[in-house]
Design a protein around this ligand. Structure first.
Ligand code: NAD
Length: 291
């Protein structure tokens, strides 16, 4: 692929720290090669201190755009010219598009989750869902789901900083969208059971189920899960979390975090290049087939 890079290629960055472990450069560059389009994607170690200069550099060098990850997702918003409604509400951006010098901030995590459901023929529009978690992933999903037309979202989280933050976001969504959003303490298992019974989809958007909390699940009583419930987990390592194991045994349809990850990247490809991502090819090349 490097043999083909010429003076017409456009650069797309990834600004985060730490970032060397990221799968995004591989996913993006595989896609550009397959689509035969003149883009190159590189990861840059950018922390909060370096971020203002990195954005100036993006403008000066005319990068086509950049992905943004921790710890920069909130901070970056103040350096951009325009924000999508999802970024306005959540205060978090993971994608910058540079359109002739105008920088627009997007958040594709929630878009990726919703697309993952759609691709799996799971319809949540006009229906109720339950989400465990209130951090970055949960917030992106809640905001996008509300904007897309989900009728009601029940959020459960432990009483930490995230709880307070998502409460403020829920207030905005209740005011600005048709969606009814409410948050409950994760310890209230009786309420969790009730909300799940009324939901078509549940989502684990906490770190419970991955290292160092592997083999743990926020739901341990299988009777909380009925067979026609769709159970999703944002975690993709391990591929099948304890929650998904329990759900599978109950006969539920299960979806892990690979789909969300791939479709959020696909949304970025669409924003930067206008092209549909070659998703099946990406899965094959990255070893995600049938996962
Ligand atoms: P975060 O740090 O912003 O939020 C963590 C969340 O987990 C918070 O709601 C916190 O209250 C909760 N939590 C942490 N420890 C807990 C415990 N012991 N019991 C109950 N709740 C607990 O993290 P994030 O960025 O929102 O990521 C959450 C998960 O989603 C991670 O597993 C991450 O790998 C995954 N994720 C996946 C994708 C994807 O594309 N598939 C994208 C982003 C995040």
């Amino acid at each position: 692929m490097r043999d083909n890079i010429d003076g017409h290629h456009l650069l797309i960055g990834l600004m985060a720290y730490p970032i060397r472990h990221s799968l995004s450069p591989q996913m993006q560059n595989i896609s550009y090669s397959k689509l035969n389009i003149p883009y190159v994607y590189l990861a840059f170690e950018v922390d909060q201190e370096k971020l203002p200069d990195a954005i100036k550099g993006l403008r000066a060098l005319g990068l086509r755009g950049s992905a943004v990850s921790m710890p920069n997702k909130q901070l970056v918003c103040q350096y951009l010219d325009k924000l999508t409604p999802a970024v306005e509400i959540s205060g978090a951006c993971n994608t910058i598009s540079n359109d002739n010098g105008v920088l627009t901030g997007y958040n594709t995590d929630g878009i990726g989750y919703m697309r993952m459901l759609k691709e799996a023929n799971v319809d949540v529009i006009g229906k109720k869902i339950t989400i465990m978690g209130a951090g970055g992933a949960a917030t992106a999903i809640v905001v996008q789901a509300a904007l897309d037309g989900v009728k009601e979202i029940a959020i459960f989280n432990q009483k930490d900083e995230c709880y307070k933050k998502i409460k403020a976001i829920a207030k905005k969504l209740n005011k600005d969208t048709q969606c009814k959003v409410h948050i409950t303490d994760l310890d209230d298992k009786k309420q969790l059971r009730k909300e799940i019974a009324e939901s078509v989809v549940i989502c684990n958007a906490t770190g419970v189920g991955m290292k160092p909390l592997e083999n743990q699940s926020l739901i341990t009583d299988p009777t909380m899960l009925r067979a026609d419930l769709v159970v999703t987990d944002c975690i993709y390592s391990p591929r099948k979390t304890k929650l998904l194991e329990i759900a599978e045994q109950q006969g539920c349809k299960i979806l892990n975090g690979i789909g969300m990850m791939l479709w959020q990247g696909a949304a970025q490809i669409k924003i930067w290049t206008g092209e549909e991502a070659p998703i099946e090819y990406i899965k094959e090349k990255m070893g995600f087939k049938d996962q």
